[in-house]
Every structure is written in structure tokens, then in C-alpha cells.
Design a protein around this ligand. Sequence first.
Ligand SMILES: Nc1nc2c(c(=O)[nH]1)N[C@H]1C(S)=C(S)[C@@H](COP(=O)(O)O)O[C@H]1N2
Ligand SMILES: [Mo]
Length: 450
Amino acid sequence: MTGSTESEASYDRRRFNQWWAGRARAEGVARRDILRLAAAAGLASTLPVGLSASRAGAVGEGVAVGEGVTVGEGVTVGEGVTAGQGVTAGQGIVKPLPPELFTLHGTNAETRFEALADTGFTTPVSHFFVRNHTRTPRLDAAAWKLRIWGDGLTGAGRQFTLADLKSLPPVTRTAFVECAGNARSFFRTLQNQPVSGTPWNTGAIGTARWRGARLSDVLRGAGLSRRAVDVMPRGLDDELVMPDGTNYGRVRRPMPISKALDDVLLAYEMNGAPLPPDHGFPVRLLAPSWVGISSIKWLGDIEVSTTPLYSPWNTDFYRLYGDAYPPEGSAPLTRQTLKSAFELPWNATLSAHTRHRLTGRAWSASGAVTRVEVSTDGGASWRPARLHDHARRGSWTRWSIPWTPRGSGPAELLCRATDSTGRTQPQTTTHNTQGYLFDAVLRHAVTVRA
Ligand SMILES: Nc1nc2c(c(=O)[nH]1)N[C@H]1C(S)=C(S)[C@@H](COP(=O)(O)O)O[C@H]1N2
Ligand SMILES: [Mo]
């Protein structure tokens, strides 16, 4: 398996060209998105007169849910809505969400990063974050079928039962799933920049051992045409309906055939057991290294197309908007970025003149983490941490470093990772309005007690 070769920008341009030529369907894509995509592809000047580009307010990952999405029988769940106002945060999630392990944000549950200190390399289901646009559906594995369809197949398509998938050669892969908005809250707290969406700290990530069939085997088994360019996996969870009545339909996001045939799994096991309900039972996609939204849970069908596909999840959401980006946004997000964090509560108290073992994790979607450095003096000096795992791209490594604080009072701990591409976490992340891909060095506040 090799990495995809086509650059994201040229891919986007090619898809747009095909689409503009009238060969893609615009299902679920608003007219303003046509303008945005046109400009992204550098084709704005070729647009018919009268179509002036104006972008509606971007809706962020989690704003979608966080700002009040209708869930189920008319129950509105909002970030600002708390249990005290009649809605239970974390509702729609099946597994227990003890407060020592999770912070709740509307329909989502964030892992407390410090709780990972008690876990090994992989994240147990009991600790794994949940990002639900609506709520976890309860599906019957015996009745479940995956439908592969579309004009990118040579025949009429095919349905796979769970037993069919299990009869294909199984592949096991350890990989993280990380939300594109992970660490979003630091745009505000470290850079004083407004962003929309769920204000995650660093806990919208988990690493698991996934087992399943190769998407490429399934697509070929369904009769993949050489003319296919995009696949669009879609979940069986509820349609996403906004408070203003906009119905985005079921969660779905296209990916290029190059990624689909590269390393994507149809996972039916997580850490050696059947997928739990909240993580996509009976089958989810696992798109290693890519933004979490690519790993569609509760998979129901996959469209295979000879023309580019669009959904709100690659037009309105999961592109970068803001001053540094064209008005129409960046190309659709693909890979996650490079980050590191301490497994320590925020504002933890540590006693002075005691040798502490600081621990954390570092991860990269582009290469293996090769170095983690720690500063305990606010960034003036750095020491190398010890890496405890054989880090690979799309996975993480645990690290540790001893620290004996001398003074007392507030202190800031910094950690900074470097990966095998040579990239080191920057001091700041370029702002984008939806707060995706924050990768700057964090400043972890602690108090040293004399
Ligand atoms: N069907 C479906 N798939 C989905 C989602 C969803 O709401 N519905 N959320 C996506 C997002 S934004 C992320 S970050 C990951 C989270 O996976 P997890 O809940 O297993 O941690 O699932 C993705 N797949
Ligand atoms: Mo996400």
C-alpha cells in the first residue's frame, strides 16, 4: 500500500472541472458552494455573470450539533444547553461517561487527556472519545447489509452482509481517530481568536487496534470500474437537521478513490472485540491519518462514482476558512496534523522539590514522531523526553520526562513534537474560523506548591 500520489489541490481542481462540466450531481450542495468551489479551483472568472460570490456563515464541526441540532423526537441539544435546562449532555451515547474520564459537549464526549495515563498504548473503549452528529443508533448486525452502488461500478452493485465482510482477508491496523477540531479551544485561549464548534481540549483523539476488511477488496468485489473517481460512504444514524430546518441528510463525506484503495478498512472490531455501538457497530470506516469525519460510523452504503461527489461535509464543513484562506475556503481537509500533550489535569498542583515523572503522548498524521522536547520554564530551555513506543505515521507514542520543580507558584509546561518529515510543532497555528487542525505548542498551566 502506498500513499496517495495526487496532490489535494489538483484533485480538488479536477473534481471541480468535472463538476462544472455538468457531470457531477449537486445533491445537498447549496449554490453558494458552487461559487466557493469555483473560486477554490481558480475558475471564478469563468462563472456566468450574475453569480457573485458571497459566503454564508460557515458552520463548524460540532457547531452543527453544538449550536442546537434537533436530535430524535424534537429534542434540541446545544452546547449552551446543560442538564439543568432539561437536556442531558452526552445524551444519545450508549456507554457510561463517568466524569473522571469524560468532559461532555452536547452530543459528544471528550476523553480527559490525563485519564490516558492509566491506559496502555491503545485506548480502551471505556476511555475513547465519542463524536456524534446526532445520536448512536442501535443496529441489528444480523439484519445489517452494506450496499455498494453507483455508476463507478461495472455492474449493478452488490450487498455485503457482516459474514461476507468477515470472509474477506482480515487486516489489523493500529491507528488513531482524531477529530479535525481536536484542540480547537486553544485558538481562543492561547491565540485569542474566535472559532465556532465544539471547544475540545486535546481529548478528541483515541488510538485503537482496528480489524476488518480492506475497502479495496470490497470495492473490487462489487465490480469497481476503472473510471471511478470518488466514493461516498454514508452512515445509518439520523439525518442532521439544523434548528433553522436545514436538513443536511445523513452523515456522509466523499473521498477520492486513491485513498479508498490505499489503506482504508471496513472495521468490525476495535481492540479485539466487536465494535461497540458508539463507535460504529456493526461496521465503520477507518481512514488512517485522515480527519475523523472520514471514518464514517454505522456504515450503510457506499456510492462509487465516475464523477466527483459533494456533501456538506466536504463543502461547508472540513475546509479552512478565514483571513489566510480564499473566501471559498481551502481544499477539503484530508490528513490530520502533528500534536503532543501532557497527561496531566489542567491546573494540576505539583509539590516542589519532589521528582515527578511527567508523561504524555505525541502523534502525527504525516510521519513517525521522532522527538518530543519539554520545557518547564515557559519555553526558555528544552530537554528531550524519552519515547516509549515505536511511533508510526497515523499513530502515537507515549513519552516521559522527570521534573523536580524548585520554586513555587504558577508554572507553564510546554511540550513540542517533531516527526520524520522534519516538521516541528509551531508556536502558533494560522487561524481558521471553524478551528480545525490546531497544532501549535500548548502551554500547560500547573501550580507548584512549596
Ligand atoms: N455516521 C457517522 N459517522 C461519523 C460521525 C457521525 O456523527 N456519524 N462523526 C465523525 C466524526 S466528526 C469523528 S471525529 C469520528 C469520531 O469517531 P468516534 O466517535 O468513534 O470517536 O467519527 C466520524 N464518523
Ligand atoms: Mo470530527
